[in-house]
Ligand binder design. Structure first.
Ligand code: GRF
Length: 186
């Protein structure tokens, strides 16, 4: 199975996924693609010897990214901190073969705008007793694809959004690579 990771930022999740599959015979991370030419995830990919590809939003919307994924015989698309809305044409091409991770317990705190520290500030402001991660398939309706896995962590009254972000990130690293492996049978 050939995996492509789409990421817009640091790529700590991408790094964990590349580590997890680096000796696998069933799956390999064949491509790391980003809409940001300066995204640190590209450096992480180079360290693992993984091909990188950068594109603009306009190019993505013109189908350039979809064509690249097809040309590279990609089987699964992993969104790991990818901040653009996936065009419907790309979602349809990889229907039920595209996975995203969201740093909250969907359906709560889903949708546009809920990324980075915003989501943890919202959870804190709402006084929720817990938060967590959601790994789900991507469909045309943003964060509403079939939920594959969720894990939660309690929120204490003294927790800052930064504390929450740190614990949620740890949950992502602990679970995302394995959940992908189970999903793709690798
Ligand atoms: C993670 O918090 C993930 O839940 C969200 O974007 C962030 C990516 O972090 N979608 P990193 O770039 O993998 O460190």
């Amino acid at each position: 199975k050939r995996l492509a990771i789409l990421a817009s930022g640091s790529g700590s999740n991408a790094e964990k996924i590349m580590e997890y599959f680096q000796h696998s015979h069933q799956a390999e991370v064949a491509l790391v693609a980003s809409n940001k030419t300066d995204a640190f995830v590209l450096e992480r990919a180079k360290k693992f010897g993984v091909q990188t590809f950068t594109f603009s939003r306009k190019e993505m919307e013109a189908g350039i990214l979809t064509q690249k994924l097809i040309d590279e015989n990609i089987d699964w698309v992993i969104l790991a901190g990818f901040l653009l809305k996936i065009p419907d044409e790309l979602t349809r091409t990889f229907s039920d073969r595209m996975v995203n991770i969201h740093p909250a317990l969907l359906p709560k705190y889903g949708g546009k705008g809920m990324y980075g520290m915003h989501v943890h500030q919202a959870v804190k402001a709402a006084g929720d007793a817990e938060t967590g991660i959601t790994i789900h398939l991507v469909n045309e309706h943003y964060d509403e694809g079939r939920i594959i896995f969720q894990a939660s962590t309690p929120i204490g009254p003294e927790d800052s959004p930064e504390d929450i972000a740190q614990r949620v990130h740890a949950l992502e690293h602990a679970h995302f690579p394995r959940v992908i492996g189970e999903l793709i049978g690798a």
